[in-house]
Design a protein around this ligand. Structure first.
Ligand code: GTP
Length: 374
């Protein structure tokens, strides 16, 4: 803004000047008076022009501010103390999928995914009670029902004589969250079958063993290796082999309860983890054998596969399964895996297509495997 006095001030100053002047001064020649008036008029016009220019600059910077506000890459919202939307920029309205004019005085909470309502309401109360900025990540609902993730940076504003308000900067973090999920998936799941991988299996085995210690129920771990899988790859190509592995994953999963885990251990090896069987060993062996046999039957059913020449082919493939029971965290996870693997090799050696249980340590200190009939 210019330091020039405004028209009202000039008028008052001129009147004061006139009032102060002695009558003699007023009786100056008309020509001099006219000249002085003209000079004043020019000065006034120049000041007017300055004012117009300042006004113009002010409007321009307000428009620029509105552009920054409306088209910022983040949503800006002002919420009332009760969570009503008082103001929102165009980006924010776009994120919610509703025209800005229709958002005023609507609550923000219905745009937060139901699972996140509690988190949002707790966060909002914290913001109202704090002078510091507070942030939380939420799953939000677009008006069309699709979900996006947003980081909500919130700050309470409280000017004397007015109701408190909450300023919110809403940043779309969907890509970041999806990337994190993708990275987690890559780290813990097998890309071909989408089953948990070896790393996730190790976690689940730790949990199952801790659970067994609490419940004093047996758990079981099965090592499953396909028989004669290699010839399928050799004859029809890796892609056809992949199709069989995907189908194997489906068939094993169908034999299990929700609480059990099947993981792809590598190549044509799968590991099944059964939780919370029975407190008695015999009953647990019976349950584990029942499931292992179910899997063995399911995997021995013929596979209808498409070869690399798109020809449909039927392939027969059995499995060798080694099983070990565990309880009460007595053993190390590595040993459980090793013993199940040993039992599986016993099944291979005994002619394949069978289930063999690993027998716990003998009094002699020798560990052997006992064979089950195919
Ligand atoms: N298609 C496909 N093949 C794989 C993959 N990973 C490993 N393999 C192959 O799986 C085969 C596993 O070898 P083996 O277990 O020795 O083969 P097998 O014929 O089942 O032998 P036995 O277990 O003794 O009956 C090898 O040919 C590997 O190249 C994969 O992701 N996709």
């Amino acid at each position: 803004m210019s330091d020039q006095p405004n028209a009202e001030q000039l008028r008052r100053a001129a009147e004061a000047k006139l009032a102060r002047k002695p009558p003699a001064a007023i009786e100056m020649p008309l020509e001099t008076l006219l000249h002085e008036l003209q000079v004043h008029q020019i000065e006034l016009e120049m000041q007017n022009e300055n004012l117009r220019q300042s006004q113009f600059e002010l409007e321009k910077s307000r428009d620029r501010y509105m552009d920054f506000y409306d088209f910022a890459p983040v949503g800006y919202l002002t919420l009332s103390e009760s969570g009503l939307i008082l103001e929102i920029n165009l980006t924010g309205a776009g994120m919610l999928g509703v025209e800005r004019s229709k958002l005023r005085y609507r609550r923000l909470t219905p745009f937060v995914s139901t699972d996140y309502h509690d988190r949002w309401l707790r966060h909002f109360m914290t913001v109202l009670g704090s002078r510091e900025p507070q942030a939380c990540d939420l799953a939000m609902m677009h008006d069309n029902g699709s979900t996006f993730f947003a980081r909500m940076d919130c700050m309470r504003q409280h000017k004397a004589g007015s109701e408190p308000e909450v300023r919110v900067v809403m940043t779309d973090i969907t890509d970041r969250i999806r990337n994190e999920e993708e990275i987690r998936k890559l780290a813990f799941y097998d890309a071909l079958t989408q089953l948990p991988n070896r790393r996730l299996l190790n976690d689940r085995l730790d949990q199952a063993m801790a659970g067994s210690r609490r419940s004093l129920r047996f758990g079981a771990l099965m090592f499953i290796d396909l028989d004669n899988f290699k010839p399928l790859n050799d004859q029809y190509g890796h892609d056809t082999g992949d199709l069989l592995l995907i189908e194997v994953a489906r068939r094993i999963t169908r034999c299990l309860r929700e609480m059990d885990t099947v993981a792809r251990f590598g190549g044509d090896e799968f590991v099944v983890l059964l939780n919370e069987l029975d407190t008695g060993k015999e009953a647990s062996v019976t349950q584990a054998r029942h499931i292992a046999e179910k899997i063995r039957y399911a995997l021995a059913e013929p596979y209808k596969l498409k070869s690399h020449e798109k020809l449909e082919l039927e392939y027969h493939c059995s499995s060798s399964i080694g099983v070990v029971l565990f309880i009460n965290h007595e053993t190390r996870p590595d040993d459980i895996l090793k013993w199940a693997d040993m039992a599986m090799y016993q099944a291979k050696a005994a002619g394949r297509n069978r289930v063999i249980f690993f027998e716990q340590e003998k009094p002699s200190g020798l560990r052997t495997a006992s064979r089950e009939t195919p």
